[in-house]
Ligand binder design. Structure first.
Ligand code: SF4
Length: 336
C-alpha cells in the first residue's frame, strides 16, 4: 500500500489535507488517532470519523512483529510480518536509530549478502516502509531512520521518496537524520536534489576498482567509483551533509594497500566519512572477516592519510549477523 492510496481514500470520504496529514502524522508517530489536545477529529466529516478505527487497524496491520532478537550492543533485530505474510527485517539501533527495509529480497545480488542471495521478491509500498517506523515506535523512541535494511532503495525510489517525505514533514524526524543508502544509481542523483525533504546519503563503495566492484555487486549500475564519488560530492555540497561511504571489509579481498591508496585518491579532501564495517561471516558464503586489529589498523592509516574513517560493528551481529539472516533463519525453522 502506498501513502498516496491512503490520502486518496481519506479524500474520497471528505477529509481535507489537514485532516489527512493529521491521520498520517499520528500513525507514523505511533500515537492513537484520538490523541491530541484539540481533538481535530471532532471537526472531521462524520464519514471520516466513522472510518478511522478500521483505517487505524489496517495501518497497524501493515507491519506486525513476528520475532525479535535483542543484541548485546543495545540494538534489537525485528522480524516484521507484512499484511500478505511476507517478512522483512528492521533493526532498532543504539541511540534512537532505526534501520528499515525497502524491498522483500533484493535484485543487486551482492555476493557477500544474505538478502542478495534470494533475488527480489517484491517491492514495499511507501506505507509499509512508514509502518516499520510506526511499529518500532511502539517499542522505543525513534529519532533517526536509515534505509539500509533489506533491499536497494534506488530500485524502489518512488515509494522510498514518499516515505521520506512523510517522515521528514509529519514524522518528526530531522532531514539529516533520514539516511538514504544506495549502491549508486543515476536516478538517485537526479531526483534527491529536487526533493523538499533531502535526506543524508550513504553510498556503498566496497572497492575503488571498477572490475572488483562489479564482481562484488553484480547487478549494481555500472558507475565508475570515481564518478560515484563525484556525484556524491555534488550532493554533499548541495545539502551540507557529508556523504557516508560504506565499505564492508572482506579479508584478503578489499583490504589491501592498493585499495587504501585508491580510497585516499578518491576521498581525500571530499566532504565525506568512510564507514568501515568488518564483514559478518555467513554460512555457505566463502568470505572471511578480517580481525578487528587489522581493520582498526586500516582505519587508522586512512585517518592519518586524511580520510575521516570510522570503524563500525554491524548492529546486532551477536544475534543473527547481517541483514537478511534473521529472516532466513526463521524461514528455515518454519519449513515443513
Ligand atoms: Fe541488496 Fe544491500 Fe544486500 Fe547488496 S547489500 S544485495 S544492495 S540488500
Amino acid at each position: 500500500m502506498r501513502l498516496a492510496d491512503i490520502r486518496q481514500r481519506l479524500a474520497a470520504l471528505g477529509a481535507g489535507p489537514k485532516h489527512t496529514a493529521r491521520v498520517l502524522r499520528l500513525w507514523s508517530q505511533a500515537q492513537p488517532q484520538d490523541s491530541g489536545k484539540r481533538r481535530l477529529e471532532d471537526f472531521m466529516p462524520q464519514r471520516v470519523r466513522e472510518a478511522l478505527p478500521a483505517l487505524d487497524a489496517e495501518l497497524r496491520g501493515l507491519a506486525r512483529l513476528r520475532a525479535e532478537h535483542i543484541g548485546e550492543d543495545g540494538s534489537s533485530r525485528l522480524l516484521v510480518e507484512l499484511a500478505d505474510g511476507q517478512t522483512v527485517e528492521s533493526v532498532l539501533l543504539p541511540r534512537d536509530g532505526l534501520c528499515v527495509s525497502t524491498q522483500v529480497g533484493c535484485a543487486v545480488g551482492c555476493v557477500f549478502c544474505m538478502t542478495g542471495q534470494s533475488g527480489l521478491l517484491r517491492q514495499l509500498g511507501s506505507a509499509e516502509i512508514v509502518a516499520q517506523v510506526a511499529l518500532a515506535r511502539t517499542r522505543r523512541v525513534v529519532k533517526k531512520v536509515v534505509f539500509m535494511g533489506m533491499g536497494e532503495p534506488a530500485h524502489n525510489l518512488d515509494n522510498v521518496l514518499e516515505a521520506i517525505d512523510l517522515l521528514g514533514t509529519g514524522g518528526n524526524i530531522g532531514h539529516k537524520e533520514l539516511v538514504f543508502s544506495t549502491v549508486g544509481d543515476p536516478r538517485v542523483f537526479e531526483l534527491l536534489p529536487l526533493q523538499t525533504v533531502k535526506p543524508a546519503l550513504a553510498l556503498s563503495l566496497h572497492s575503488t576498482k571498477a572490475a572488483l566492484r562489479a564482481e562484488l555487486l553484480p547487478r549494481a549500475p555500472r558507475i565508475d567509483p570515481a564518478e560515484l564519488v563525484e556525484e556524491g560530492e555534488r550532493y554533499a555540497r548541495l545539502t551540507h551533509y557529508p556523504i557516508q561511504y560504506q565499505w564492508t571489509l572482506l579479508d584478503g579481498i578489499n583490504d589491501g594497500d592498493d585499495e587504501l591508496d585508491g580510497i585516499v585518491r578518491l576521498l581525500k579532501g571530499k566532504y565525506a566519512v568512510m564507514n568501515m564495517i568488518p564483514y559478518n561471516q555467513i554460512d555457505g558464503l566463502p568470505y572471511q572477516r578480517p580481525s578487528w586489529e587489522k581493520a582498526a589498523a586500516i582505519a587508522r592509516r586512512l585517518h592519518q592519510r586524511g580520510v575521516l574513517t570510522k570503524l563500525r560493528h554491524s548492529a546486532g551481529q551477536d544475534v543473527d549477523g547481517g541483514c537478511g539472516q534473521l529472516r532466513a533463519r526463521v524461514s528455515a525453522t518454519e519449513e515443513p
